[in-house]
Design a protein. Structure first.
Length: 115
């Protein structure tokens, strides 16, 4: 049994979040410390601890999650100019919350490479 993370509490509506999209598969909400004009986190309702664990998931779960990330980015109006989707994994990836989350970053010209 994995630890209860802040995102477990957001899913359970025990703590508030600025929700931009929700359905049976995912919850998407604004990051509390945005790194771009648009910075939204997308998390699956069925908990997955991190990107590494996607390898153990049913294809339908992975597919519906990735599909929703694309849908949320489109709904946010980011598609014409582009945007970035980031999964931080583990220590070297600087993952700070052990509940998988896609960062959608956009609304400005982003730089590359990341640090
Ligand atoms: P990580 O570093 O794990 O990839 O990203 C975690 C993200 O969650 C960070 O960008 C951080 O700002 C965000 N975050 C942490 N706690 C909260 C919270 O309570 N509410 C919201 N909306 N975002 C949070």
């Amino acid at each position: 049994m994995s630890e209860v993370s802040i995102f477990d509490k957001i899913i359970a509506k025990e703590i508030p979040a600025d929700i931009v999209y929700e359905d049976d598969w995912v919850l998407a909400f604004n990051d509390i410390n945005p790194q771009a004009p648009v910075h939204v986190l997308v998390i699956p309702k069925a908990k997955i601890p991190g990107f590494s664990s996607l390898a153990d998931q049913e294809a339908v779960q992975v597919g519906e999650f990735i599909k929703r990330i694309s849908q949320v980015a489109n709904k946010l109006g980011l598609d014409p100019d582009g945007y970035r989707v980031v999964f931080n994994q583990g220590k070297h990836g600087q993952q700070s919350v052990n509940y998988i989350h896609a960062h959608i970053l956009g609304g400005k010209q982003l730089s590359w490479p990341p640090g």
